[in-house]
Design a binder for this molecule. Structure first.
Ligand code: FES
Length: 104
């Protein structure tokens, strides 16, 4: 399958510190202050697939209401990509990740 094309295109130059996050192992370049969803869509990342038919999803409301943009952090936390700002060094996934077993 071809990589998805960017669905967002930045039309205005923003000032701000650059930030890099990882999404499913792919490095995503963003500007601090971007939402995670905007950063992912501007870089062609697929957010997730529909549970029922596997179709690609990319958020819907972009304002925290529809629950269509959940992504997962490495520690198992779930967050809405549209209402979470990018932080440099974020490591995110489209699916929940198995937590490493802890002993002792
Ligand atoms: S796109 Fe609707 S909650 Fe994020």
């Amino acid at each position: 399958m071809d990589a998805p094309k960017a669905q967002f295109r930045r039309v205005a130059t923003r000032s701000g510190q650059p930030a890099t996050l990882s999404f499913d192992g792919t490095s995503i370049l963003a500007t601090r202050g971007d939402s995670v969803l905007a950063a992912l869509l501007a870089n062609g990342a697929l957010i997730r697939r529909l549970e029922f038919g596997g179709e690609p999803r990319a958020g819907f409301c972009l304002m925290g209401a529809c629950q269509d943009c959940w992504v997962w952090s490495a520690d198992g936390g779930r967050l809405r990509a549209c209402t979470t700002q990018v932080a440099d060094g974020m490591v995110l996934f489209a699916e929940p990740q198995p937590l490493a077993a802890t002993h002792g």
